[in-house]
Design a protein around this ligand. Structure first.
Ligand code: EPU
Length: 435
């Protein structure tokens, strides 16, 4: 096996030229596939999931589920998960610490077995990422919560009970976790200020097909009435296209495309970004499941600067904030990017400054970007999944060569990204120190 830590990307920049062309397809959404796999704990028999991206975080979720006694079979983008005879309530430390989404397994596991023990989850360093909403929610559902030096021990020996839960912050994984926990609880649970993200809504819709009683998914108030273990009734769970991946490809195409079509996406889920691209002067043809980005732009070929404020869905996603900043370095004038969801999610900007961007921090959550500035290739270290992709985009539009290290953090979220980018003309290679 290749040592992932030794791999890096080498990108030959286009020096601002717009030459990319062809089609690039979007994979299934990481952030739906992860809770979908955890949802297998709610099932009596097997759960078959399709359009699962072949990425590192999915491999980790597979290992987590196997670690507690589930059988996980993966073949390409298909995954089948079957409950084992003995399901353990202890989520293994080593795996949980590698990705934040491990937290979504705690809800269905607690609901199924009456207890769960897990360490503080790891994941991208983009802010404090507390789990208070989870611990408080479990208490409201009648569980005892004990925190030891290295683990949380949650117990509900008689099962969880339905509760009223108002989320102080809208949280994607907390909403998913409590929908799943409530499916096997006794009585009715009402979630208020629930997340509206399409991944959450689609998860609930699939669980309903399998027997769950859920109302209001896709709205801020979700009602779940507890029931028994679910059955897929032969219906596969097809993961929706990854709107973050689609958005990143669109930003790249808007910067460096002659004529690129992003396929297998849901434009309806991309509202905030499409509006921003339109405003900035990018010419697009929006289809039912694709978006074509044409090389020419409105307004003299300049990109209009703009102010962006990240927001829960349907607002501008925090996960495309970093690629958007790269885009705005090429706008003619001053833009402000305001990150409102995570407090540590602008740190990547320092490297863009080294590449030639004119970015001024206003405070920990806001930066001013003055464009247009040409970028030049540099040696970079990927700081997290999404900023890693932003660096790839920056490398592609730069003059000269960019080398990106720490690409495990890009592989966590994007499958074979270099092969797919090469298909539209990007000069990118994966190399390894041993090669
Ligand atoms: N929050 C709390 N307490 C909690 C949980 C969350 O205060 O117990 C706060 C967070 O600190 C943050 C806000 O709530 O300020 C929203 O965070 P959320 O819980 O929604 O984030 P998440 O569920 O941990 C998911 C995605 C992230 C994405 C965010 C926001 C998954 C697996 N992860 O994280 O995706 O950035 O929602 O949309 O769904 C990524 O894919 O690279 C990624 C980081």
């Amino acid at each position: 096996m290749k040592d992932k830590d030794n791999e890096f990307f080498v990108i030959k920049g286009l020096g601002g030229k717009k030459t990319l062309s062809g089609e690039i397809a979007v994979n299934g959404a990481k952030n739906e596939a992860l809770p979908a796999m955890a949802a297998s704990l709610l099932f009596r028999g097997e759960l078959a999931i399709s359009n699962v991206p072949e990425i590192e975080d999915i491999a980790r979720m597979g290992e987590l589920l196997e670690g507690i006694g589930m059988k996980v079979e993966r073949e390409g983008s298909n995954t089948v998960i079957t409950p084992g005879k003995n399901i353990s309530s202890t989520i293994p430390d080593a795996i949980s610490k590698r990705f934040r989404a491990s937290i979504v397994a705690t809800g269905p596991l607690l609901a199924r077995t009456g207890k769960v023990s897990f360490p503080h989850p790891g994941g991208c360093v983009i802010g404090a990422r507390p789990i208070d909403l989870f611990l408080e929610g479990y208490k409201k559902m009648g569980a005892s919560v004990e925190e030891t030096d290295h683990a949380y021990e949650i117990q509900a020996p008689k099962g969880l009970v339905g509760a009223e839960i108002f989320f102080r912050n809208q949280s994607v994984t907390a909403t998913e976790t409590f929908i799943m926990a409530a499916v096997l609880a006794n009585g009715k649970t009402v979630l208020r200020n629930a997340a509206l993200e399409p991944e959450v809504e689609h998860l609930a819709k699939y669980l309903k097909i399998c027997g769950a009683k859920i109302k209001g998914e896709g709205t801020p108030t979700i009602e779940i009435t507890g029931t028994k273990l679910l059955s897929s009734r032969g219906e596969k769970y097809a993961i929706i296209p990854d709107r973050i991946e689609a958005a990143s490809f669109l930003l790249l195409s808007a910067l460096a495309g002659k004529d690129v079509t992003v396929t297998h996406c849901v434009p309806e889920h991309l509202g905030a970004l499409l509006e921003a691209l339109e405003y900035s002067g990018i010419k697009m043809e929006i289809g039912k499941t694709s978006v074509r980005v044409l090389g020419e732009r409105y307004k003299n070929g300049d990109i209009m600067p703009m102010n962006i404020k990240t927001h829960e869905y349907p607002g501008f996603p925090t996960d495309i904030q970093a690629p958007m900043t790269v885009f705005l370095t090429q706008a003619s004038g001053e833009s402000i990017v305001f990150e409102t969801i995570f407090e540590g999610r602008l740190n990547y900007a320092a490297e863009l400054i080294r590449m030639g961007a004119n970015i001024l921090p206003m405070d920990t959550n806001r930066i001013i970007i003055k464009g247009q500035t040409p970028l030049s290739g540099k040696n970079l270290e990927s700081p997290d999944i999404r900023a890693g992709l932003a660096y790839i985009i920056a490398g592609i539009i730069s003059e000269g060569e960019t080398v990106i290290h720490n690409i495990y953090l890009i592989d966590r979220g994007y499958a074979k990204i270099e092969e797919r980018l090469r298909s539209i003309g990007v000069k990118i290679e994966r190399r390894s120190h041993e090669a």
